[in-house]
Design a protein around this ligand. Structure first.
Ligand code: GLU
Length: 595
């Protein structure tokens, strides 16, 4: 095994021209590198949760690649350094501002259900059992998204944009506290799969902080992908291996866990397509806010909440929570995969509907739960607040900081905002043997049922509803902001809160991102970070709001955002989290002197 691995690595080095044989090329162990959450300058900018990923994007930008090339380079590197959140066996959504056409487009690389998955396929299955199973593995969309993105907007071939990720996988990276903690949280299920334990629990333990973590299998997988193209996954040998793993997960001898097999066939991979979709759009205080359309509920819910806020005479935290509550009532009732259900998107984002919804917001918190409205009318002016049992109880499942969001701008003014995921931290927990990649468990985003009429029940080929909300804000057709975050359904509230912090409360972007968060998703009690409750709990409780500390994991921490602000004259500020999820990394091509 070792000899075969070494030979394959040498071939890899020879073919890609990567420096040195792997043993000498390994990164030196030591302290995890210092990440800076804010950078300002010219010529291109990036913010991700991870220094290696930000550096990968910067390298591509410096070599003349554009924002699309660099975004994919960063995403591929996150597949190495953030393998529990991102990877080619997952999916995601990308927004792209093309500076030449001044248009925002989106690519939907969401996973699909296999054709054999019916509306009742998840009924009665305990959620925890579905989480670690072949059954919840969706047909991966990430590689199709990269392929579509590079074809439409990129300037470099896939092998060039994968190169930094291949180097990082081969040489290794320094394990930080976040990687260590996430491995430890997953150890119980990782040990139940031979392939996963071998990769992520070397010697039976999570890798130590400061040690070097290498993933030569992944380096070879990327290299083969670059050489053979997306067809290697969508119908070829890698696809066959994925299907085999989904159908017969490599359960460790002696493991007692019930591991349900999946329904995926090679034909499901063959028929997978990334979809270019028009973005959602609302205008808010003179800005044009573009988001991700269904099957993500990100653009619909952020857009509806903003429109409601604009219809109000004043906007404070009370209004933010109430608008979010109303938008979630509608999101839960109406949003699903538009190829399977009719989503009243225009209605949800219309001003007339926003005015009607805004009428429900009074000086005190409205009764829980908020009922969905009638986005397509008839519009009856100001209805009285109503309760609907059907509207409550959803979104109560844990919403961790899984997933990852990145933003990139290039010297020409193109902008990419890209959220990608394998669903839960660690996805299904199942590594494809010999390939170094974790399979997603995205199909747990479906409503399990029974829930007659729910727009998000599973279906053959259907995409589960997402909350991912990559967002680009323009003014007069020019980029002003780009933001996004991980965090399941809290993604929507995090993005909304950052926009309100920046646009309404006038916070500079680093402050808007760092500020303590609260997430009201039509829940009885608003989930919040402890600092939010300390600062604003008393004044908001006096208005009838209830709070509970966000359960996590990790408890008390919501999201891990990244963003860009375009300051004019080509100057860009790149911003990541100062401390959530260990802090992120912002870099620019040419740093500006401090102002
Ligand atoms: N699966 C989630 C979604 O699409 C993203 C993963 C997460 O951040 O929880 O909304």
């Amino acid at each position: 095994m070792r000899a075969a691995g070494a030979i394959a690595s040498l071939i890899l080095v020879a073919v890609t021209g990567l420096v040195g044989p792997p043993a000498q090329a390994a990164a030196p162990p030591g302290k995890p590198p210092v990440k800076r959450p804010v950078a300002e300058g010219y010529g291109g900018a990036v913010a991700t949760v991870d220094l290696d990923a930000s550096r990968a994007a910067l390298e591509i930008l410096k070599r003349g690649g554009n924002a699309m090339d660099a975004a994919i380079a960063a995403a591929a590197t996150l597949g190495v350094t953030e393998p529990y959140s991102a990877g080619i066996a997952g999916g995601g959504f990308l927004l792209y501002y093309d500076a030449r056409t001044r248009q925002v487009t989106t690519i939907d690389g969401r996973e699909t259900a296999p054709r054999a998955m019916t509306s009742t396929a998840l009924e009665g299955i305990p959620f925890d059992e579905a989480v670690t199973s072949g059954l919840s593995v969706g047909v991966p969309g990430t590689v199709a998204l990269w392929d579509a993105g590079l074809r439409k907007h990129g300037t470099l071939p896939l092998r060039e944009v994968l190169r930094p990720a291949i180097v990082t996988a081969e040489r290794g990276f320094v394990v930080d506290q976040t990687f260590h903690d996430q491995t430890r949280q997953n150890a119980d299920r990782f040990k139940d799969f031979t392939s996963t334990a071998a990769l992520f629990l070397p010697g039976g333990e999570p890798p130590r902080v400061g040690s070097i973590f290498r993933n030569p299998d992944l380096a070879r997988t990327y290299w083969e992908l670059a050489r053979r193209g997306p067809g290697w996954l969508y119908g070829g040998e890698l696809g066959r291996e994925i299907v085999a793993t989904v159908k017969r997960p490599p359960v460790a001898p002696g493991a007692t866990r019930v591991v349900r097999p999946g329904l995926m066939e090679l034909s499901d991979l063959r028929s997978y397509r990334a979809i270019e979709r028009p973005p959602t759009k609302v205008t808010y205080r003179g800005f044009e806010v573009y988001g991700m359309a269904p099957p993500s509920s990100g653009g619909a819910a952020v857009g509806e909440a903003l429109s409601i806020l604009e219809a109000l005479p004043r906007v404070g935290l009370h209004e933010y929570l109430e608008a979010s509550r109303l938008a979630f009532a509608d999101r839960n009732a109406y949003v699903g995969d538009p190829a399977y259900v009719r989503v009243p998107l225009d209605g949800l984002l219309s001003d007339v509907y926003a005015k009607e919804r805004a009428c429900l917001i009074g000086p005190v918190a409205m009764p829980h739960p908020a009922a969905p409205g009638s986005p397509e009318g008839p519009h009856a002016g100001c209805p009285s607040p109503a309760r609907s049992p059907a509207a409550g109880g959803k979104g109560e499942r844990p919403e961790g900081p899984e997933t990852t969001h990145l933003v990139v701008a290039d010297r020409w003014g193109n902008v990419a905002a890209y959220t990608l995921t394998i669903e839960q931290t660690g996805g299904s927990g199942i590594v494809v043997p010999g390939r170094g990649i974790l399979l997603n468990n995205e199909l747990t985003d479906f409503t399990f049922g029974p829930a007659p009429g729910d727009p998000n029940l599973p279906g053959p080929g259907k995409r589960p509803r997402s909350s991912m909300a990559p967002t680009i804000v323009l003014k007069n057709g020019r980029p002003v902001l780009a933001v996004g975050s991980p965090g399941g359904a809290t993604i929507i509230t995090t993005v909304l809160q950052i926009l309100v912090n920046r646009i309404d409360f006038g916070m500079p972007l680093p402050e808007a991102i760092a500020a303590p968060r609260a997430s009201q998703r039509n829940l009885a009690a608003t989930q919040a970070e402890p600092e939010f409750i300390e600062r604003y709990g008393a004044e908001l409780s006096a208005l009838g709001h209830e709070f509970t500390v966000f359960p996590g994991p990790p408890a008390g921490e919501i999201g891990a955002a990244t963003g860009l602000e375009f300051l004019g004259g080509g100057r860009v500020q790149a911003v990541a989290e100062p401390s959530r999820r260990g802090g992120g990394s912002a870099l620019v091509v040419t740093p500006a002197p401090r102002r």
